[in-house]
Design a protein around this ligand. Structure first.
Ligand SMILES: [Zn+2]
Length: 469
């Protein structure tokens, strides 16, 4: 038997898996709550503009975007057109991470430039396909996987240098097509920068088998596609049949898979995914439709995760890991999806209709306490008290904004520059340059009513990103 060693490894894994089930309730109290780290595949929106897709990241519960090139998406090419720096600033403003760049076209041996670009954009993962013949088994398969990993060595060396991980997707079209190929790859790959992008779509649609494969090879998985085969991704299928690839729509039971991911404390990305029959088109007609479809699958995955909690009551007792706001207060504001704060008529007059409240010492004009000024409508952090100064103009004045929080646009009066909240477009006031009040020579003249002041040390509420209805 050629597979003896692997079988031994896999039965050892099975043993430790059952042991871990037995001790699960004991461990649960100490184990941090498992959460999916979602990344949004840009190609789910076809060739739509990357400007329109980035705001959808938070709306799909994701923290990051995966840029896909043609033919599936065109957003990777769009970044070249708009410029790396502009793109980088844009995703920062939306608090979106570049989680992954997908690059099948370049293949595993031509990723040098892409790795350097990834490093520039703070992206730590590139997904591509393997090379090599299909249909191999046993020793032949092992030799071919060994050879492939050997060929990857110089590329992996650059990956290590640039801090990028190359993840190879298992795929029907090459060497990495089978359960065994994934097991060999896991066993033979020596580098943390060479991993697997795990695609159930290309594997037997058997949830217990897939769950076991995750337990056996999980530490090598850097990307999990929440994606099933359904009836395939053919153009000849009705759109309803194409959507059977989405979790919760097709027949594959994701519960055992989710349970396995939780059990190994999987900490890579999860990408809810499908291919539309006609590549390069959005999976639903409108941007909102695509987001809705993804959220439908996400709700299903979260319900699978919830179901695993029933087996470990202590975990429930220990409390659901609520985001700890005091951690995010300083660095990064949390984001929630939902409706904006309700505005009273006076607030709506200023914030929605570009009104101006009367000048005077009221509101926050004289406030000097340390803290943060957030947007009244969406809670986005706008200004720090350190940048506030006394201008005697009758409105709160700041000489700087929190990075990317405030957008400038020409005022309809043709003279002034209007400032609006970058997240919700709510009217804030105007910005003036060259008045010489402070060294920065800038005065944001802001309506008190457009803001809310949060004292230093108090929790800043999460920024609300609106769900389009
Ligand atoms: Zn706002």
């Amino acid at each position: 038997m050629r597979l003896n060693r692997r079988q031994a490894i896999s039965s050892a894994a099975a043993l430790s898996a059952s042991a871990s089930i037995a001790t699960q309730s004991l461990l649960a109290a100490e184990t941090p709550d498992f959460k999916f780290k979602y990344v949004l595949a840009s190609c789910m929106y076809g060739y739509n503009n990357v400007w329109e897709i980035v705001p959808e990241v938070a709306r799909t519960g994701a923290a990051a975007i995966d840029l896909w090139p043609k033919i599936h998406g065109s957003q990777r090419e769009q970044v070249d057109e708009i410029g790396v720096e502009t793109f980088s600033n844009f995703i920062k403003r939306w608090q979106v991470e570049l989680g992954c760049i997908t690059q099948y076209k370049l293949g595993p041996f031509a990723l040098e430039d892409e790795m350097r670009l990834a490093r520039k954009l703070g992206c730590k993962l590139i997904v591509t396909g393997a090379r090599g013949p299909r249909g191999l088994k046993g020793g032949e398969l092992k030799s071919a996987v060994t050879e492939f990993i050997e060929k990857m060595k110089p590329h992996v060396a650059l990956a290590e240098e640039t801090g990028v991980t190359i993840a190879i997707e298992n795929h029907d079209s090459n060497l990495m097509e089978s359960v065994d190929s994934i097991k060999w790859f896991h066993e033979l790959s020596q580098s943390n920068n060479l991993k697997i992008a795990f695609a159930p779509y290309h594997l037997p649609q058997d949830s217990m088998l897939l769950a076991q494969l995750i337990r056996d090879t999980g530490s090598s998985i850097a990307m999990f596609y929440a994606w099933q085969h359904g009836k395939g991704a053919l153009d000849s299928l009705s759109s309803e049949d194409q959507h059977l690839q989405m979790p919760g729509r097709g027949e594959l039971d994701f519960k055992p898979i989710v349970e396995a991911l939780k059990e190994i404390s999987y900490d890579g990305w999860t990408e809810i995914f499908m291919h539309p029959g006609k590549r390069g088109t959005p999976i639903q007609e409108s941007i909102q439709g695509v987001t809705y479809e993804i959220n439908r699958s996400r709700d299903y995955l979260e319900s699978c995760l919830k179901a695993t909690e029933k087996t470990s009551p202590k975990q429930l007792a220990s409390g659901e890991g609520k985001p700890n706001m005091s951690d995010t207060n300083q660095e990064k504001q949390a984001i929630v999806r939902g409706d904006f704060n309700q505005l009273n008529p006076r607030e709506a007059y200023v914030i929605l209709n570009q009104g101006t409240e009367p000048p005077g010492p009221g509101g926050y004009t004289m406030t000097k306490d340390p803290g943060t000024y957030i947007c009244r409508q969406c809670n986005a952090a706008l200004y720090q008290s350190d940048d506030k100064f006394e201008s005697h103009c009758g409105w709160p004045s700041f000489d700087d904004e929190i990075e990317n929080a405030v957008t400038r646009r020409p005022d309809p009066d043709g003279l002034r520059v209007e400032i609006i909240c970058s997240n919700c477009d709510g009217h804030l006031g105007h910005v003036f340059q060259g008045e010489g009040f402070t060294q920065k020579n800038t005065r944001h003249c802001v309506n008190s009513i457009s803001m809310r002041f949060i004292k230093k040390g108090d929790d800043i509420p999460p920024m609300i990103v609106k769900i389009e209805k």
